[in-house]
Design a protein around this ligand. Sequence first.
Ligand code: C2E
Ligand code: MG
Ligand code: MG
Ligand code: MG
Length: 277
Amino acid sequence: EAKDRGGNAFHFYVPSLQAAADLRLQMENDLRSALENGELVLYYQPQVDSERNQVLGAEALLRWEHPGHGLTHPDDFIHIAEETGLILAIGEWVIREACRQIRAWDGESSRRPLPQVSVNVSPRQFRQPDFVQRVKGILAETGVSPGRIVLELTERILLEDMEGAAERIRELQAIGARFCIDDFGMGYSSLAYLKNLPVEALKIDRSFVRDIPTDPNDVAIVETIIAMAWRFGLKVIAEGVETEEQLHFLAARGCDAYQGHLHSHAMPAVEFERHLG
Ligand code: C2E
Ligand code: MG
Ligand code: MG
Ligand code: MG
C-alpha cells in the first residue's frame, strides 16, 4: 500500500497507468487484425430533408465488432488507428466498402437508388500524397460514379495544410466527387477557407444542436452558421437532432437536412434497407 510507505500517491498511479498502457497495446494489436478478420463494419444513418422528411442519403459510420468488447464506436478506437497509421488501411476500406454497398443497393431494382453516401475522412488519410489517386482507383474499380460519394472533412484537415487540401479537393471535385465540412464550428474561427474551396455543405456539430432552443448561445451559433452558409451558397446539415423542437427550430431557419435519433440511429446495411422500405 502506498499509504504505508508514507502516503506517496505515485504508487497508486503506476499500476493504473500500466493497466491503461496494456489495454491500449491490446486494442492496437486487436485493431491490426480487425480488418483482416472482418470485424469492421459500416453502419448507415439516414440524412433527411428537413421539410419533406425524405431520405436524401446516408452517412457511413464505422463500427468495430470486437470479439471481447462487443460493438465499439469510433471515438474509442479511431485515435489509435490515427496514431499507429492503421487508419490508412481502414480509411481506404471504408471508402471501398461504402462504394460496394452503393452498387449492391443499386442492384436491387425494387428501390429508388440512394442518391448519396457520405464517408468520414481522417486527417492522416487525407494527407496521403496519393489520396486522390486512391479514391479515383476505388471509384473506377467499383464502378461508382463520383457524384454519389460525399467526403466529410473536418476544419482541422483544411487548416493544417490549406494549399494541399485545396488542391486535393479541386482534383476530386473536377471528376464530380463532393465535399462537406464536418463538425462545423468546433475547431477554428478562421472562415477564410470557405471562400476558396468547392465544398457543398456544412454540418453543424451536434454539440451546438443539443441545447437549442433553450441555450441562447447555441441558438446564436446555429443561426449564424445557417445564415452564413446561405450567404456562401452552401447547404446545411444538422447533426444529432433528437427532438421535434430542435427540428422545428432548424427547419424554420432554413437548415436543409438533418441526421439524428429523432429520425433514426445509424444501423447495419440490412436494417437500413428495411428502413427505406
Ligand atoms: P461524426 O462524423 O460527426 O458523426 C456523427 C456522430 O453522431 C456519429 O457517432 C453518430 O452515430 C452520432 N449521432 C447521430 N445522431 C445522433 C443523435 O441524435 N444524438 C447523438 N447523441 N448522437 C448522434 P459515431 O458513429 O459514434 O461516430 C463518431 C465519430 O467518429 C464521427 O463523428 C466521425 O468523426 C468518426 N468516424 C465515424 N466513422 C468514421 C470513419 O469511417 N472514418 C473516420 N476517419 N472517422 C469516422
Ligand atoms: Mg461525419
Ligand atoms: Mg459530424
Ligand atoms: Mg460531430
